[in-house]
Ligand binder design. Structure first.
Ligand code: GRF
Length: 240
């Protein structure tokens, strides 16, 4: 098991973000709400862009905010004695040496059900435009461990989101983002607490929502009630 090192009881978490940082905010809010039960503290937020909204959010929460190019990230993580790294909308490639060092200790959130609609260049509105163009009826959010290839590391948890008639990339993206905000902080906290980890064989264990659910998270929220009620829905509508 590759559980994060636990210095002084809680994991030291770094969040890397290039954009507005709504996932960072969800993470900060979740950890704050967990209070003493939280397994991690965000000790630094790192961005490649000085104008990233994520940096403002960090400062507003009293968290150190740094702007560094990807090649300096390894040194910064070392210097800050970081146990766990969360990529929350970070758009740059992280050097392989850093990814390897943080194997099982670096997670990313992606706004689709990987491996569909992922890979280099698939970010932001592009993901949702591709989902709509493909005509699929279900998309979702994925949290996965980071590998040296974009969006290809071991999947930790996924959550479905329906694509609705008339959706634009903006409306669909907003629906997916709400799910990201629920899923990402919980998974980060679970990894920080050693409740979910990557084993030597490159498999995630134990699964965050129990073995029966594999990597697929079902919970009692409006976003997933459609899936939970699927059988009943079909019966009622006599669609098939
Ligand atoms: C999210 O959709 C995330 O899945 C993707 O980039 C977006 C970041 O949004 N990796 P925000 O900056 O957290 O608001």
């Amino acid at each position: 098991m590759m559980a994060p090192r636990r210095a002084r009881g809680r994991a030291r978490l770094a969040v890397l973000a290039s954009g507005g940082g709504s996932n960072l905010q969800a993470l900060l809010d979740h950890l704050c709400a967990r209070g003493a039960a939280r397994a991690a503290d965000v000790v630094v937020v790192v961005s490649d862009r000085a104008g990233a909204g994520a940096l403002e959010r960090a400062r507003a929460s009293g968290v150190a905010a740094e702007v560094v190019p990807p090649r300096q990230i390894g040194a910064l993580l070392e210097e800050q004695r970081i146990d766990l790294v969360a990529l929350a909308g970070y758009l740059r490639f992280i050097p392989d040496e850093v990814t390897a060092r943080f194997r099982g200790r670096m997670v990313n959130v992606h706004p689709s059900l990987l491996p569909a609609f992922g890979g280099e260049g698939m970010y932001g509105a592009r993901v949702h435009e591709a989902v709509i163009a493909a005509g699929v009826s279900i998309t979702g959010a994925t949290v996965h461990f980071v590998d040296t290839e974009y969006d290809a590391g071991p999947i930790i948890a996924q959550w479905p989101v329906p694509v609705l008639e008339g959706d634009s990339a903006a409306t669909l993206g907003a629906r997916v983002l709400r799910v990201e905000h629920a899923l990402f902080p919980r998974i980060v906290d679970a990894i920080a607490g050693g409740r979910v980890a990557l084993n030597e064989a490159g498999r995630v264990e134990p699964r965050p929502f129990g073995a029966g659910h594999s990597a697929f998270a079902i919970a009692d929220t409006p976003e997933t009630s459609l899936v939970a009620d699927l059988a009943g829905l079909f019966d009622r509508s006599r669609a098939v």
